[in-house]
Design a protein around this ligand. Structure first.
Ligand code: AHR
Length: 502
């Protein structure tokens, strides 16, 4: 099989915003407790945070983290999680049928984010709460001092404001499972009021309004339109959420999941621009793709879900998907899709970060390790700098049940003019054959390949686990041939590759 792509730094999509490499930490299962926070762990620092996890999060290169949910936020009282730990209430978490101990809250999370060099993106509860509580948490977090709530933060040991600039107005309010689920009109009106009030505190805040919780929702499209009709002047972003999984053994369709993500993004852009046109607005709304990943959601509903009236476990093992090579290839291709739309997707959060559908796993009092999905994220975050390029890609194709005829190879490239480096990210979706890819690099002048690393395995379902933590990793791709004006590389079946050009 063959593919050909032309890479020219003059043809750009837009700058790759560092916020594209964001993640998401929810009070869910063992993401926080026994994940990032485990005071009794041998690697715990003075604040109770696992230093082995901090090191992995830094290696992953996560730029911003959305917190504290997710479904959890729609029943959350932020004030439960601040002040002396001994006085914090234990509460029912209705979203995940768990007990929330509130040992970690806004202040601790802000401290942890400094340790991992990442930005805090905070979601307010618009499920069971509203304008006043959003204003309260904003005052607590961002005002220096001299008012009741800002002084409360100072008394709690945090004299410097957290200065959170990006805020999410609730979570997945279109979903019937969401606490406080509402119609697009109800939510749009509340989101607009909340945004206006928050802007009275600080006109520079960047606000994200909830889009659909998936492109499969019956209200998809009309939800975005109605919500933006209410909030267009008040917000900067609309959110997208998408999770993919292999269904019924159809690996071919699963490997083509980015086709669906491309269509999803383009539909939301079209809808936002429709509202822009109707309003004759000069403002453009961008996308915060603030939940995306591979997630075997049926496993949660079939195996993990807790329901008993007297059963409210604390930090249970929920959504602990173990990812294969094939999952990581799909995951890498989703990143390709996000970068391909860098002009309009200017923020994104891989969901989630530790233990819960996560690239990093931990055992209590035990090790932390990298799942297969860790590698494409870390490499892409490290290498995708500067501008995303418009690629001319031709490739052999294959047939899928879900998406019809699909390119065997998918790719995106970035170019950092200042540093004089480029990167190409590629996937081979074929299960049968390797692909020889010829990259026309004449537009870059003389280049050398400084690295080419591939994730693949003869067993597409190979995984890393507690018992075998380094079974899967990146390996150097030695097939690269550089000739004047072209770079040729062979991609093994079901693989993800990053090529660095200098
Ligand atoms: O990431 C897991 C859950 O998926 C989130 O809580 C919710 O927003 C989405 O449905």
């Amino acid at each position: 099989l063959h593919a050909h792509l032309t890479l020219d730094p003059h043809f750009t999509v837009g700058p790759v915003n560092r916020r594209l490499f964001g993640s998401f930490v929810e009070h869910l299962g063992r993401c926080i407790y026994d994940g990032i926070y485990e005071p009794g762990h041998p690697s715990a620092d003075g604040d109770g945070f696992r230093e082995d996890v901090i090191a992995l999060v830094k290696e992953l290169g996560v730029s911003a983290i959305r917190y504290p949910g997710g479904n959890f936020v729609s029943g959350y009282r932020w004030e439960d999680g601040v002040g002396p730990r001994s006085e914090r209430p234990r509460r029912l978490d209705l979203a995940w049928h768990s007990t929330e101990s509130n040992r970690v809250g806004l202040d601790e999370f802000a401290v942890w984010l400094k340790k991992v060099d990442s930005e805090l993106v905070y979601a307010v509860n618009l499920g069971t709460r509203g304008v006043q509580e959003a204003l309260d948490v904003l005052e607590y977090a961002n005002i220096r001092s001299g008012t009741r709530l800002s002084d409360m933060r100072v008394t709690n040991g945090h004299p410097e404001p957290h200065r959170i600039s990006m805020w999410c107005l609730g979570n997945e309010m279109d979903g019937p499972w969401q606490l406080g689920h509402s119609s697009a009109d109800e939510y749009g009106i509340l989101a607009s009021k909340t945004a206006k009030a928050m802007h009275q505190v600080d006109g520079d805040l960047e606000l994200v309004v909830c889009g659909s919780s998936s492109a499969q929702m019956p209200t998809f499209g009309s939800w975005e339109r109605t919500v933006l009709e209410h909030t267009y002047d008040d917000v900067d972003y609309i959110s997208c959420h998408a999770y993919y999984e292999e269904k019924n053994g159809d690996l071919g369709s699963f490997l083509a999941s980015a086709v669906n993500m491309d269509g999803f993004i383009e539909s939301v852009v079209a809808t936002a621009d429709h509202v822009k046109a109707v309003r004759r607005s000069g403002k453009t709304i961008n996308i915060s793709f603030d939940e995306w990943n591979v997630w075997y959601i049926d496993r949660y509903h079939g195996v993990d879900k807790v329901t008993g009236r007297d059963d409210w476990p604390e930090a249970p093992r929920l959504l602990e998907d173990v990812y294969s090579v094939a999952d990581a290839v799909v995951f890498g291709s989703l990143l390709i899709s996000l970068i391909r739309h860098a002009d309009r997707v200017t923020s994104a959060s891989m969901a989630q970060l530790v233990n819960v559908i996560a690239p990093i796993m931990t055992e209590p009092n035990g090790p932390a390790w990298r799942q297969t999905t860790f590698f494409p994220f870390a490499e892409t975050s490290r290498l995708a700098r500067g501008e995303a390029l418009t690629l001319k890609l031709t490739s052999d194709t294959y047939e899928t049940a879900e998406y019809g005829t699909v390119s065997v190879v998918d790719a995106v490239a970035t170019h950092d003019a200042e540093a004089g480096v480029s990167a190409v990210f590629l996937v081979n979706r074929s299960q049968e054959s390797s692909v020889v890819v010829t990259i026309d690099v004449r537009g870059l002048g003389a280049v050398e390949v400084t690295a080419a690393r591939t994730l693949s395995d003869d067993d597409y379902y190979a995984k890393n686990s507690l018992a075998d933590r380094e079974r899967v990793g990146l390996v150097d791709n030695d097939s690269v041939v550089v000739a004047p004006g072209t770079v040729t590389i062979t991609l093994p079946p079901v693989s993800w590759t990053a090529v660095s050009l200098g």
